[in-house]
Design a protein around this ligand. Structure first.
Ligand SMILES: [Fe+2]
Length: 373
């Protein structure tokens, strides 16, 4: 209820960008009862509006007379990271829509669109924007989140209270208790508010780690810890690199010192939220090397917790296949070859072999490579 009331008090503003008068006017007519509407028929006019007015969301046509929509999307996400963009595409190629998602679009719609789907996608996106804005504002205004213990605990409590007031979580539709569900939702939004690509990376690493965990026949408790720990393995980066993410993509290739710092910070956060110790261990130890050479915490071999060893492999595989370090994304076969070159040094070789088998068997159902990387 509160969200609907909030929305009514403060109508969000949508910028409709489309060079064709027909679809542009149709969108304006459909959306006008619910939102303030601005429109632009080319990229330059769109940027003028974005630079001079407060816009919450952009619906962006793929093809504009002066630029490709995808180029404009990248500019918008670079200069106005908190403005959400929905791609509207006329020549229904999933590939171009996925390119939009890769560059930070919140979603896409195919023309001719279904009116109720359009309204519902915009509403969901605006609700998410409210949550992400809340997290971003807290991160900007509350350095205590990352400071001494007592201050930090009350700052996190304040963030959790504000978040659950904005996005109450009943838990009725899942087996998870509502408090745990609310916490996971907050942590996911923290990753996304930092960088949508970080959330996508985290989701893929969790997926790859879970594939290997299934093959190893872990207990259900271990599986749950693995899935969650892999998803949260970079949660400590959110505290260190928030501003770097905005200005500098080098956050993907962190130094050894900041790697220790962010893994410890993340593990501390996980523990303070009362999540299982195995999850905190994954976050803390997923950068240890199998041979122990320069391991951040000095662990080696089987002294490294099994679940952290799995996540190290899954994370590296994603870096390789999504091209996260700025290099070209590798195919699954090439990535597996790269991993095996470093088995015995960086990775547990038995796990690396098993991982290679599993991903090659599941090739057809793996997430698209290089997407959202
Ligand atoms: Fe990572």
């Amino acid at each position: 209820m509160s969200m609907i009331v909030e929305r009514a008090k403060k109508k969000p503003t949508i910028l409709v960008v489309d060079d064709e008068a027909g679809p542009r006017d149709a969108l304006k007519v459909i959306l006008r009862p619910f939102f303030n509407i601005q429109s632009a028929d080319n990229a330059k006019a769109a940027l003028d509006v974005l630079n001079t007015q407060s816009i919450d969301l952009v619906t962006l046509d793929q093809k504009l007379p002066d630029r490709q929509g995808i180029d404009l999307l990248q500019d918008i996400k670079h200069d106005h990271a908190n403005i959400e963009v929905i791609i509207v595409t006329g020549y229904g190629s999933l590939k171009s829509a996925m390119d939009g998602i890769r560059h930070g679009a919140a979603g896409y719609l195919l023309k001719p669109f279904n009116v109720s789907e359009l309204i519902s996608l915009i509403n969901r996106t605006l609700e998410k924007k409210q949550r992400l804005d809340l997290v971003r504002n807290f991160f900007r205004s509350t350095p205590e989140l990352w400071s001494a213990k007592q201050e930090s605990a009350s700052a996190w409590q304040a963030l959790r209270s504000s978040y659950s007031a904005l996005a109450p979580c009943s838990g009725e539709t899942t087996a998870l208790p509502s408090e745990k569900l609310g916490l996971l939702s907050l942590l996911s939004d923290i990753l996304e508010a930092t960088d949508r690509q970080l959330l996508n990376h985290s989701s893929r690493v969790s997926f790859y780690a879970t594939l290997l965990g299934n093959r190893l026949k872990l207990t259900s408790q271990e599986q749950e810890a693995l899935t969650m720990g892999a998803f949260l393995h970079d949660i400590g980066k959110t505290g260190i690199t928030y501003d770097q993410y905005a200005d500098d993509q080098s956050a993907w290739s962190v130094t050894d010192a900041s790697c220790v710092e962010y893994s410890e910070r993340g593990a501390h956060l996980i523990t303070s939220f009362g999540l299982p110790a195995e999850v905190a261990q994954i976050v803390a130890y997923h950068h240890e090397r199998w041979d122990g050479q320069d391991s951040p915490h000095g662990l080696r071999g089987e002294g490294i917790p099994l679940l952290a060893r799995i996540v190290r492999i899954a994370e590296t595989f994603d870096h390789l296949t999504a091209g996260l370090d700025g290099s070209s994304p590798l195919s699954i076969d090439d990535a597996v070859r790269q991993l095996s070159l470093q088995a015995h040094t960086l990775f547990d070789s038995k796990l690396t072999d098993l991982f290679s088998e599993v991903v090659q068997e599941c090739k057809s159902s793996l997430p698209p490579m290089g997407i959202a990387a």
